[in-house]
Design a protein around this ligand. Structure first.
Ligand SMILES: [Mn+2]
Length: 307
């Protein structure tokens, strides 16, 4: 009997973890001889994803413009606003994620939700627990995704499980210096000087709705000095916000070496952010020492503001 296909898909505007965890989960299922599982993607891949899949000579999961009428596994997200087009008519059979959960309607039968550094970490754990020998390319892709999502295991989202899985994977692919490898990986991402202000804002942007208030947070990570035209980015944010007004539109210019970030903020609720941070936002800018994580450090502030 031919089993119905099940498509594994990450969030819109996919980052490496969204693509790699879908691919890894497909490989996991295939090793259990469940060939009905297929990794797909719902958006353009970014430069680091391209580099990683090229490096490990692996085809990128195919693009699907909509998941309407499909059986799907959602990886690396649960929020409706992050789901691919057509999700309202999809059959969500499973969810695997490391973020906060927003599942109100049709709760799937299978759920793997754990706070850790990346969804890829949870996929590797499944493989390890099932005693699957992880192929070289899969190990390389998943290792890269964990390092990308945890900023080389330096992000405050990093937990012991991430470190354990990174050790297992780096052994498989024979990398002794994980930090060196992370730097190489990160170089593929640190190409901001080639980007327009609009591209910088859109490269890794998350839009979320908190109690009826829409906010967007773009994460821009660099290892070099923050060399950005801040004014230009702010002006572009204003343009975007005049077309589609949000309560707040934020760009995090994060420097991983200095472990700090400069927030660029636009929107009517700037005074609320000032109050929450107990800091003045001058010319749409505020400097935050020790802040590097959108998920752990910025989103909680926004959630507090609106609840
Ligand atoms: Mn992730």
């Amino acid at each position: 009997m031919k089993r119905e296909k099940i498509y594994i898909v990450g969030h819109i505007n996919p980052d490496l973890d969204a693509i790699a965890s879908a691919y890894g989960y497909e490989q996991y299922r295939h090793s259990l001889k469940e060939y009905e599982y297929r990794a797909i993607r719902c958006g353009e891949i970014n430069s680091v994803t391209r580099w990683v899949f090229d490096r490990y000579k692996t085809p990128i999961p195919p693009f699907f413009p909509s998941i309407s009428n499909l059986n799907v596994v959602l990886v690396d997200h649960t929020y409706p606003e992050n789901r691919p087009k057509g999700w309202e008519n999809a059959n969500i059979v499973e969810v695997i994620d490391h973020h906060d959960v927003k599942l109100v309607e049709n709760i799937p039968k299978r759920l793997t939700i754990r706070p850790c550094g990346s969804t890829s970490t949870l996929i590797v754990e499944k493989m390890v627990n099932s005693n699957i020998s992880i192929p070289f390319n899969t190990a390389g892709i998943l290792l890269s995704a964990i390092l990308d999502d945890t900023l080389g295991l330096m992000s405050p989202t990093t937990v012991q499980l991430d470190i354990k899985m990174v050790n297992i994977l780096s052994n498989i692919i024979g990398i002794s210096n994980v930090q060196e490898y992370f730097k190489l990986l990160f170089k593929q991402k640190d190409v901001w000087s080639k980007y327009t202000a609009k591209e910088i804002i859109e490269e890794d942007v998350k839009s979320i709705e908190i109690d009826g208030n829409w906010v967007s947070v773009s994460q821009v990570e660099t290892l070099n000095n923050r060399e950005f035209n801040e004014r230009e980015i702010i002006e572009e944010l204003e343009v975007i916000n005049s077309i589609k007004p949000y309560s707040l539109r934020i760009v995090m210019l994060t420097d991983l070496n200095k472990r700090d970030c400069l927030l660029l903020v636009v929107g009517k609720d700037i005074p609320l952010v000032e109050k929450a941070l107990n800091k003045e936002i001058k010319d749409n800018k505020v400097y935050l020492k020790g802040v590097v994580s959108r998920k752990k450090q910025i989103l909680p502030i926004l959630e507090n503001i609106y609840s």
